[in-house]
Design a binder for this molecule. Structure first.
Ligand code: GCU
Length: 331
């Protein structure tokens, strides 16, 4: 067979970077990192993390492994963040609300209606404001290295809700943070801080009347089966973060750090690309199961929750982050 010089050039162009990549990975030290989180393996964030594990493996020529423990095997985010602080775990996933207890700056995501739209939200989480925030916990043992969109959170309950007045007296599960607790109280409801994995039983047994989450979590956890009314008030946009232990990070060499950083960035894109489709599918699935989506006047919820803004403006740390987020809307 006669070689076509054009093909030869193309294959050489392909071969050179590949050869460089594999020589580089030969030098990578072997390491296995443990990552635990509380989501189901079908959740899009888990899928992004599984993809990341593959990318890390591939880029390191099989020398770096990421072992994932899903479904809350090592506890909820509070426990896994504590395991990280104690040096017993390398990585976890935590929502911004769950990070709030460790670093108050993260409370900004639990402030209702703080983002104008999804473009504003994405500008914040993938832009300089988000990247700055992700470094804010370095001194307490961990850093966030990827942010994952998580749509909007709305209430869902066993009974119809059309306005804040309908929430009076209801017991609503929240991720326990000072901001979310106040949010529920301002609506005249009672906050119930129950771990994610226990919400289904609490709803089923009538311990709580409702909860709040995005559509994928509402459906994947089967909460939809026991709380049929999904109220589209869309009060918050709370992203998930991939977190790595500071001491693990400091033990990695520059090449290992680069491999992880690149894979983490890629996992953000992967998750983002899938998100809208997953929301759509979750809504369809919810309707098949018998869920009823209720449109509400968001202005009424916004008004009832406005006092939270006074709290934020009165707190120097929270006020500073609120200003940064508001400024990002206009950029
Ligand atoms: C969402 C979020 C999780 C969080 C959960 C919760 O599903 O993605 O990170 O743990 O909500 O409400 O606890």
């Amino acid at each position: 067979m006669k070689l076509n010089p054009k093909h030869l050039v193309t294959s050489l162009m392909l071969a050179v970077p590949l050869a460089l990549a594999s020589t580089a990975s030969l030098a990578v030290e072997r390491v296995t990192l443990k990552l635990a989180h509380n989501l189901d393996t079908t959740h899009v964030v888990h899928r992004a993390l599984a993809q990341m594990a593959k990318d890390i493996d591939e880029a390191s020529g099989g020398k770096m492994k990421l072992r994932i423990y899903p479904g809350g095997q090592m506890g909820g985010p509070r426990e896994t963040l504590e395991l990280i602080q104690n040096g017993a775990l390398d990585m976890t996933k935590a929502s911004a609300s769950e990070m709030e207890t460790f670093q108050p700056a993260y409370s900004i995501f639990s402030l209702p209606y703080v983002f104008k739209d999804s473009a504003h939200f994405e500008k914040v989480i993938y832009g300089p404001v988000g990247r700055e925030l992700m470094n804010e916990t370095k001194d307490i043992g961990f850093t966030a290295i990827a942010a994952y969109v998580a749509g909007t959170r709305s209430f869902y309950a066993k009974k119809e809700i059309h306005s804040p007045a309908d929430m009076k007296g209801l017991k609503i599960r929240v991720v326990a943070t000072p901001t979310t607790i106040k949010l529920i109280e301002l609506l005249g409801a009672a906050p119930a801080p129950i771990p994610f994995g226990e919400v289904y039983t609490a709803l089923q047994q009538g311990v709580i009347d409702g909860a709040e989450n995005n559509e994928p979590s509402y459906v994947q956890t089967r909460h939809v089966e026991v709380a049929k009314y999904y109220i589209e008030d869309q009060h918050t946009s709370v992203p998930d973060f991939l977190v790595i232990s500071t001491s693990t990070w400091n033990k990695l060499d520059d090449e290992q750090k680069q491999i992880i950083t690149d894979a983490a960035r890629k996992s953000e894109k992967y998750e983002h690309e899938l998100w809208d489709q997953v929301v759509l599918e979750s809504r369809q699935r919810a309707e098949q199961i018998g869920a009823k989506f209720i449109q509400v006047d968001k202005a009424a919820f916004r008004e009832a929750l406005a006092p939270l803004y006074d709290d934020f403006r009165a707190d120097p740390v929270k006020a500073e982050w609120l200003e940064k987020i508001e400024a990002a809307a206009g950029e």
